[in-house]
Design a protein around this ligand. Structure first.
Ligand SMILES: Cc1cc2nc3c(=O)[nH]c(=O)nc-3n(C[C@H](O)[C@H](O)[C@H](O)COP(=O)(O)O)c2cc1C
Length: 172
């Protein structure tokens, strides 16, 4: 069962959880979750929006670009450190993280990306806009700390994906 929530009644809880690590789930070739601890909850174009910042190199980025859909999966009670540790260190390119962790996927209200029962507060999102962040427009200290030049001579920039929150609920 899903309990619908008024998103902005939960904004403080959502952002506190993001700071500690939540999951961003996508479904292109397969269902895959990665840990995020950056994100923004807000309003644009008169719609509630969750913006996530995904580095170009992530498997998640490939899936997002295929489907334009994601869910954000937020713990309500309980310790999910072992889950965020695995989803934040292994890539869906090499492993099936959902299977390895024994996570329970739950059919979404719309679209193709499930929720995750173990992290039951769920935001179903549809990408409205994406933009690669230009490191030339960033302060030097952030450029240095977050964007070292890689083997290909380029920094691994973040792409900001602005997802309209089309459904928000707690899986019970
Ligand atoms: C606490 C934590 C927060 C993270 N936040 C982000 C983030 O906001 N954006 C990002 O691109 N990677 C972030 N990562 C790194 C990805 O979760 C990690 O590279 C993951 O293995 C990528 O999975 P994928 O290749 O299956 O997409 C974070 C990792 C941890 C441990």
């Amino acid at each position: 069962m899903k309990k619908k929530i008024d998103l902005f009644d939960y904004s403080e809880a959502i952002m506190k959880a993001v700071k500690n690590g939540v999951l961003l789930t996508t479904n292109g070739d397969k269902v895959n979750s990665m840990t995020i601890s950056w994100g923004a909850l807000g309003i644009e174009w008169g719609k509630p929006v969750f913006t996530t910042y995904v580095r170009k190199s992530r498997y998640t980025r490939e899936q997002l670009d295929k489907t334009g859909e994601f869910t954000v999966n937020i713990p309500v009670n309980g310790d999910v450190k072992h889950i965020t540790a695995v989803c934040g260190s292994k890539s869906g390119r090499d492993t099936d993280k959902i299977k390895e962790l024994g996570l329970t996927t739950v059919e979404p209200e719309t679209g193709s990306v499930p929720g995750i029962k173990e992290l039951p507060l769920t935001l179903e999102c549809r990408v409205l806009y994406k933009q690669t962040q230009n490191t030339d427009s960033m302060p030097e200290d952030i450029k240095k700390s977050c964007y070292p030049v890689g083997g290909d001579g380029k920094p691994d920039e973040h792409i900001a994906y602005y997802g309209e929150i089309v459904n928000a609920y707690i899986i019970e």
